[in-house]
Design a protein around this ligand. Structure first.
Ligand code: PLP
Length: 391
């Protein structure tokens, strides 16, 4: 029976989140530069953005975004298959494919959109998907929408994956897809790409990797961990993180690209990325290979932060990238530390279930090459102070 209050389910769902200290909200943050901004009346050092190289405010990206806007206008005015493919879209796709060492590349309007629409296009009800337990929600959305049989293997446990692959041989699936991230977004640890390639090849599975947090930061010339590697069938990269702009692309074979152009709804039925965004991405693509010393510095800073947190006996998981989690477990404690830091000039957003697994609430420090050693010192000494206040 329909309840008298037809929005009772919303009231109850929100109350449930509230009771569990999991209610989410948005609080305006005005950026002043790539690592600092103002929230309320407080100036904060931002340790929560994914602007890993500080490119979001780089003059070359801004200039090219402005230049393309002047030349082509503010909107691409149609979908790609209608009149929304300009030469700037095509040139960028070609340059992306070459830079990553893949036959072809295809732009998408966001990483979320790419994952949630490409996966159902590749799968059917008779397919099997084996995916890492900690993959991003956009990948789960795509998998669930496909209605394929879906099993999650234990995080980075490739023996578990192999067991599932062996078991799958007894069934007659139309195809098998293995899905993982290369750098996990909330843990900052990495998957073993060589082993995934080997498993995919020996079981004739399609390997689908999301390289969002490595793109720009890791790999040869910063093109990600999946660049220039044989045996990976489909790679998703996003521009909203180290590239400092917006959008995403898939790197794949020409045949897969042709298939997506013909069958992928999230590619076909949406307005093409606007010229300003294409301009900023193009500028970033020219710039990123030159930022080797920034990448080196970023890696070093992340190592320093992990060492300091571990010295205080904090759990930083298996982090091995610019993403450093401080896993406290309890939502309340995590929120307390986040608010305590904010009151002292440091912004580090609490990440709670359901974004992460129950019992693993954390602060996720996302470092940028623009954070100075003083910024890191400030963060570390504040955490030390909080730590002492707790004992
Ligand atoms: C692993 C991963 N894939 C995809 C996305 C979505 O990308 P976008 O922000 O471009 O939608 C994110 C980030 O939110 C992510 O962390």
């Amino acid at each position: 029976m329909i309840a008298a209050n037809k929005f009772l389910f919303i009231e109850q769902a929100l109350e449930q989140r509230n009771q569990a200290h999991q209610l989410r909200g948005m609080y305006p943050f005005e950026p002043q530069n790539t690592v600092q901004g103002v929230r309320g009346d407080r100036q904060l050092i931002n340790f929560s953005s994914n602007d890993y190289l500080g490119l979001s405010k780089h003059p070359l990206l801004i200039e090219m975004a402005q230049d393309y806007t002047q030349k082509y206008g503010t909107g691409a005015t149609a979908s790609r298959l209608v009149t929304g493919t300009y030469s700037i879209h095509q040139n960028l796709e070609q340059q992306l494919a070459e830079s990553c060492g893949y036959e072809a590349a295809l732009l998408f309007n966001s990483g979320f959109q790419a994952n949630s629409t490409i996966l159902p296009t590749l799968l059917d009800r008779s397919s099997l998907v084996l995916c890492d337990r900690l993959v991003h929600n956009s990948l789960l959305q795509g998998i669930q929408a496909s209605r394929a049989r879906f099993i999650r293997y234990r995080h980075n446990d490739l023996q578990h994956l192999e067991t599932l692959l062996v078991q799958s041989a007894e069934k007659s699936y139309s195809r098998i897809l293995i899905v993982s991230e290369t750098v996990f977004s909330m843990d900052g640890d990495r998957s073993d790409i060589d082993a995934l390639v080997q498993l995919a090849q020996s079981h004739n599975a399609i390997l689908y990797l999301d390289d969002a947090h490595a793109f720009g930061v890791l790999g040869k010339t910063g093109m990600g961990l999946a660049a220039d590697r044989a045996g990976i069938d489909i790679v998703i990269n996003t521009f909203g993180k180290a590239f400092g702009t917006f959008g995403a692309f898939v790197a794949c074979s020409q045949q897969v690209r042709d298939y997506l152009v013909n069958y992928c709804p999230g590619f076909i039925y949406t307005t093409s990325l606007p010229p300003a965004v294409i301009g900023a991405i193009t500028a970033a693509l020219n710039l990123v290979p030159t930022l080797e010393s920034e990448r080196h510095y970023l890696t070093q800073q992340a190592t320093n932060l992990r060492v300091e947190l571990q010295r205080l006996n904090y759990n930083t998981g298996q982090s091995n990238s610019q993403i450093v989690p401080l896993i406290l477990g309890s939502e309340e404690k995590t929120l307390h530390l986040s608010q305590w830091l904010e009151a002292r000039g440091v912004l580090a957003i609490a990440i709670r279930p359901p974004t992460v697994a129950a019992g693993t609430a954390r602060l996720r420090f996302a470092l940028s090459s623009q954070h100075t050693p003083q910024h890191l010192d400030q963060l570390i000494s504040l955490i030390r102070e909080w730590h002492e206040s707790q004992s």
